[in-house]
Ligand binder design. Sequence first.
Ligand SMILES: Cc1cc2nc3c(=O)[nH]c(=O)nc-3n(C[C@H](O)[C@H](O)[C@H](O)COP(=O)(O)OP(=O)(O)OC[C@H]3O[C@@H](n4cnc5c(N)ncnc54)[C@H](O)[C@@H]3O)c2cc1C
Length: 464
Amino acid sequence: MATHGDVDPSLRPFAYRNRKIQNWAKTFQSAPELYFEPRNEEEVYKILESARRTGKTVRVVGSGHSPSDLALTNDYMVNLDKMARVLNVDKDRHQITVEAGMRLHELHQVLKDNGMALSNLGSISEQSVAGLISTATHGTGIKFSSLSTMVVSITLLTSTMRTITCSDTEYPEYFHAAQCSLGALGVITRITLQCEPFFRLEAIQTPSKLDPILDRFDQIVHSAEHVRIWWFPHTQNCVVWKANRTTNPVDHQTDSWTRDTLVGFHLYQFALNLSRFAPSTIPYLTRLIYNVVHKPLRRVVDDSYKIFNFDCLFPQYVNEWAIPYEKAPEALGRLDTFIQESNLRVHFPVEIRFVDADENVWLSPSYGRKTCYIGVIMYRPYHNPVPYKKYWAGYEDIMRSLGGRPHWAKAHSQTPEQLAKVYPKLHDFMRIRKELDPSGMFWNQYLHRHLGSIDKTYQISSKL
Ligand SMILES: Cc1cc2nc3c(=O)[nH]c(=O)nc-3n(C[C@H](O)[C@H](O)[C@H](O)COP(=O)(O)OP(=O)(O)OC[C@H]3O[C@@H](n4cnc5c(N)ncnc54)[C@H](O)[C@@H]3O)c2cc1C
């Protein structure tokens, strides 16, 4: 509930106190002094003016799905859920302009109604459009770049009270920085996205083994428009998921509630929770769930966004790095050896996805190189903690040694010096950041830790 006390009267209609904000996995939280839900750009300006006057930092939070403290602050937090309108639909060019707080699942429906769809997606559609692009969220498909490359133009409100609309042709440097800006340049209020005509996907899931996959890696990755591989560590078992555009009718004949929901979700969650007290059972559990739930062949046809998205099961610790595509077989082989030799008991899957190089998104983890993303996970059944730090340390050592770049949204341990070595445009990003936000209004603890100091102090609590 809003309790306004001494809040500037012009902010009161959209300002809230006593909001505790947690990310989706409940691994990080903060208690912003004021939480704002502005309804238009004028109200965003009022927030920025107030922050300037009072010396507060500002972070925008989207749907809070980043598994880190990236979006958090204890000063002013802004959420654009009330700025989620459609501003323009251009059916000829297949472009749509929306307010930046719109959630992806809402966007899909609007696009479908207008005969359009996004060309690629990640595993979920809970994100806000601005949140999605601010971390260069990716899907899979070796001929598809990060989702930030779908952006045609961005409107940004800055701490110097400027409204900037940028694109490839208008303020191109601002644009290339803003396409993945980590919330550090200002408040993104409007985004135009390039879409394509509405399409359905046919997805086929087949069981396979890790070694034969590594032997024919390139062939498998190029064998469909969208390919992902789930590897079940402690075993050689994998699932290869392939999806292609199709005109076939919707078909879910291979779905099974008992297998997918009862066993694959509820029983697995229960067993995972028990395995906290007997971690040695994890490899057996992995084999069992693989054989019952994931091994059977599946074929599904549906609207593209329903096929791209997955049930990500339970709250989780997650780490994911982008490595040069050609290093992927070596990375997976080394990860397998590390897990076996370190006597760890880790959860499945290790998720392997592919992204084409992008040439202009300065902070995209796939900037300038074809990329393989390798993601590792430790579930937190019923939000209970599980040990993961030794796993992360060994995993990160391997990814780092192969020139890896961590996914910005996820909790990682890279220092500013290490990141500067793998992001050739980081220096340019910091130059634009300084120009657009000289006072560091949008800097927070995460950015301080990973990109360096601009002399402020931040305190956010973490359950890590
Ligand atoms: C279950 C799950 C599945 C996921 N699957 C994938 C996947 O398949 N691929 C992938 O790449 N990632 C994936 N992610 C990560 C997710 O896509 C990113 O964390 C994304 O940034 C979250 O968007 P959000 O709206 O929740 O933004 P938040 O997490 O709230 O914020 C992310 C960043 O965006 C900034 N931001 C948000 N709105 C604005 C704005 N209006 N103006 C300026 N900055 C803004 C924030 O300040 C912050 O820096 C997944 C996460 C979860 C929890």
